[in-house]
Design a protein around this ligand. Structure first.
Ligand code: DC
Length: 221
């Protein structure tokens, strides 16, 4: 349980729902700092791949490897042993492995205390899959950001195209579906909407409209 005296706004939701953009802008508007926990899971995946870990790696090996990992997040950038890996973690391959390894208990336990330590000194907007349900159940405000699978695949497709990664719309759709399934059906900390989270369907909303809705809720209370 978080003992933080600072205000925490949680944003959970499936991949491609636009959480990162929304969380970053909302933090800016509120004057809060921002934590992208997906980036932490991606950095862990990159590190584990570099250490040669595959999908069938044992819990014992995971625990041993994670002992050697020094991970950091600051000003929207993620670091492994001081190396800025913010771009390196954004490939489709690391996206896949981050989803695979995030289902494993040693990985979730490793990141739990790191995530909880982050808002200790500042008001924070945190973004991920289990922020409102597991990591910060007593957060100040909670949101669940969603969009239709088609719209999320479209956003993912455009995002990758922009980065020069060659994908088809079918591949983007398959990626979104596989990650939805894995992230919401795993045993530990699956993607779930916390009953006290405000649900926002962004399928037909722009980023500004989504932020406005959130601010309305935050200020209206
Ligand atoms: O948000 P993202 O696509 O960058 O997250 C990458 C993967 O990390 C996602 O498929 C599931 C996992 N993840 C998680 O299990 N819990 C979180 N709080 C954040 C991400």
């Amino acid at each position: 349980m978080s003992m933080s005296k600072n205000r925490i706004v949680t944003i959970d939701g499936p991949s491609g729902a636009g959480k990162s953009t929304v969380a970053r802008l909302l933090a800016e508007r509120l004057g809060f700092q921002y934590l992208d926990t997906g980036a932490l899971y991606r950095a862990v995946a990159l590190y584990l791949r570099r250490q040669g870990a595959g999908e069938d790696v044992s819990d014992e090996t995971l625990e041993r490897l994670l002992k050697g990992l020094n991970i950091g997040f600051s000003d929207g950038r993620v670091y492994i042993d001081g190396e800025d890996v913010s771009e390196a973690v954004r490939t489709p391959e690391i996206g896949h492995y981050s989803s695979v390894f995030s289902a494993r208990r040693p990985v979730r336990e490793f990141l739990l205390s790191i995530q909880r330590a982050y808002p200790e000194r500042y008001d924070t907007v945190v973004e991920g899959r289990d922020m409102g349900t597991v990591v910060f159940p007593d957060a100040w405000r909670k949101f669940f950001i969603d969009a239709s699978p088609q719209e999320r695949a479209r956003r993912r497709y455009l995002q990758l195209l922009q980065k020069g990664v060659a994908v088809t719309m079918e591949e983007a759709m398959r990626d979104v579906q596989q990650r939805d399934e894995r992230d919401s059906q795993r045993d530990i900390a699956p993607l779930r909407r916390s009953p006290d989270a405000v649900y926002i369907d962004t399928t037909s909303l722009g980023i500004e409209e989504t932020i406005d809705k959130m601010l309305e809720f935050l200020h209206g209370e």
